[in-house]
Design a protein around this ligand. Sequence first.
Ligand SMILES: Nc1ncnc2c1ncn2[C@@H]1O[C@H](COP(=O)(O)OP(=O)(O)OP(=O)(O)O)[C@@H](O)[C@H]1O
Ligand SMILES: C[C@H](N)[C@H](N)CCCCCC(=O)O
Ligand SMILES: [Mg+2]
Length: 229
Amino acid sequence: MSQHLFIAGTDTDVGKTVVTQILMQGLIQQGHTVIGHKPIAAGAAMTARGLENDDALLIQQAASMSLPYEQVNPIVFAEPIAPHIAAAKYQQPISLAALDAGLSMLAQYNSDFTFVEGAGGWRLPLGDDGFLSDWVIAQKMPVILVVGMKLGCLNHAMLTAQAILDDGLPLVGWVANTPSDSQQDFYQENLAYLKQHIAAPMLAEIGYASDPLAQGVRSLDLLPITDFS
Ligand SMILES: Nc1ncnc2c1ncn2[C@@H]1O[C@H](COP(=O)(O)OP(=O)(O)OP(=O)(O)O)[C@@H](O)[C@H]1O
Ligand SMILES: C[C@H](N)[C@H](N)CCCCCC(=O)O
Ligand SMILES: [Mg+2]
């Protein structure tokens, strides 16, 4: 059975997709088969093939095998907004059953690893009475947390790591990523705090870079993932 890993972030735009690509590439370089999933995407361009989201296209390209777009990203909305608001606007509610069905389509590939990128942060609403984290809990997916290194990230990282653990899920590791060209003041002190206080190993440290993928793969420690699976 494929080892599923859920990629959570401290926020939207912190580097979940970049880190997903890096982890996929690193494991493929080690000889593993790897596919990716973006169950819900908000923000997509209309193409001849239908709505396509950039994250999903990158994750589709990063896989070690070829999957159709709809299997990588089954639920997609045009506007880059909170998905439950788009879902209400288009009267397309997001159900846990639909998320289950999307993921189950991937079993046929029998890949060693399946990476599942979240949307927004850990408590992303699906509607008035549910969160994407409810699905991750139901699926019992181990989680990797991407911390966007900026002022305010200590609170975001501690709250998110605690919520994942309180939700009963394994936190396999976390990644320090700087998605902005201005490095955080006292970056090393902030990094040291997170290393000491997040109850999981740091898998990679990625600075702002013209090619964050290359830098990320170089700094990657995959042992916590391969040991875990
Ligand atoms: N280390 C980095 N160096 C340079 N650019 C980066 C880095 N990390 C991320 N970026 C850029 O920042 C933007 C946000 O990153 P990314 O799309 O991975 O975030 P995300 O958390 O997946 O966002 P979303 O919530 O929309 O899925 C992208 O344009 C990405 O290329
Ligand atoms: C559009 C954006 N890039 C993401 N796809 C969706 C982020 C939703 C965040 C919801 C929230 O927590 O406020
Ligand atoms: Mg993304």
